[in-house]
Design a protein around this ligand. Structure first.
Ligand code: CO
Length: 277
């Protein structure tokens, strides 16, 4: 005879409360990206010194590449299993993604699975960088506060977002709209979504902009920033704009290298921690 269903939570009733933060990024195998991750790690530990911090990378390819270099990074599921094994009872999973796109929702499904298994008393997820209109306002303020100092008002600034087939892709155009209300010479294009580089090029020509600063709108200055944005291949943004007579100054710095952006992620982790209580 099978007894009543076990209440996983009940077993933990006597276990002392143990709170942890799991930071989850896509990951990068580029050494240049590590400065971004270190920056976020430091800021989260400073803000919540009593809470242990763990990391996971969602990208299988990146994890395999790092493993070849002897660096073992967990997947989100593996990291959560470890936290359970270490008797954590409350876990805040903080997405270090830029928008709530495909990868963010994949992570949500994993967190949902752990919720269903009731291995933790509580597990909640923090928003990515830009989830709400308030986030977008904070992102706009941070961008405006960190524009290249040498830039003159008539010169353009073009951000390269990742872009996605996911509906959250709309956030990039919305961000550009908000930015242009404050500074009409700022543009937001994407590698894989909308607006694309041709659309941005058309805008630059229409406004007769002959010099632009190119900046990644991604947490790290990794492969996309180095190659798709600033690379020497014919289809890099630098090559496309330069070919159209527009002078380019690429700035290889991910958003997580700026304290202003990091603050937004840290605040979201704080909201997730609060929701654990
Ligand atoms: Co990509």
């Amino acid at each position: 005879m099978i007894g009543p269903p076990a209440q996983a939570g009940a077993h933990g009733a006597t276990a002392p409360k143990k709170v942890g933060i799991l930071l989850v990024a896509f990951g990068s195998s580029e050494a240049s990206a590590q400065v971004s991750f270190d920056n976020i790690d430091r800021a989260v530990r400073q803000a919540y010194p009593q809470v242990p911090v763990r990391w996971a990378y969602t990208s299988h390819i990146i994890r395999a590449k790092l493993a070849d270099q002897g660096k073992v990074l967990d997947s989100p599921a593996m990291a959560l299993a470890r936290l359970h094994d270490e008797k954590f009872t409350h876990v805040a999973v903080q997405s270090l993604h830029t928008i709530a796109g495909e990868e963010y929702h994949e992570l949500r499904r994993i967190v949902g699975g752990f919720q269903a298994m009731a291995l933790f008393e509580k597990i909640v997820m923090g928003h990515p960088l830009m989830a709400t209109q308030a986030d977008m306002e904070a992102v706009v303020d941070t961008i405006l506060a960190n524009l290249p100092q040498a830039r003159r008002a008539d010169e353009g600034v073009v951000f390269m977002g990742h872009g996605t087939h996911h509906p959250a892709d709309a956030g990039y155009a919305a961000l550009m709209y908000r930015l242009q209300l404050k500074d009409p010479q700022i543009f937001v294009g994407t590698v894989e979504g909308y607006p694309d580089v041709e659309l941005i090029l058309g805008q630059l020509k229409q406004r007769k902009i002959n010099k632009v600063y190119l900046m990644p709108f991604m947490s790290v200055a990794g492969d996309h920033a180095k190659n798709d944005m600033a690379g020497s291949e014919d289809d890099s943004w630098v090559s496309i704009f330069t070919g159209a007579g527009i002078q380019c100054v690429p700035i290889l710095k991910g958003t997580a290298e700026y304290d202003g952006f990091v603050k937004i992620w840290v605040a979201h982790a704080g909201e997730a921690l609060k929701a654990l209580h």
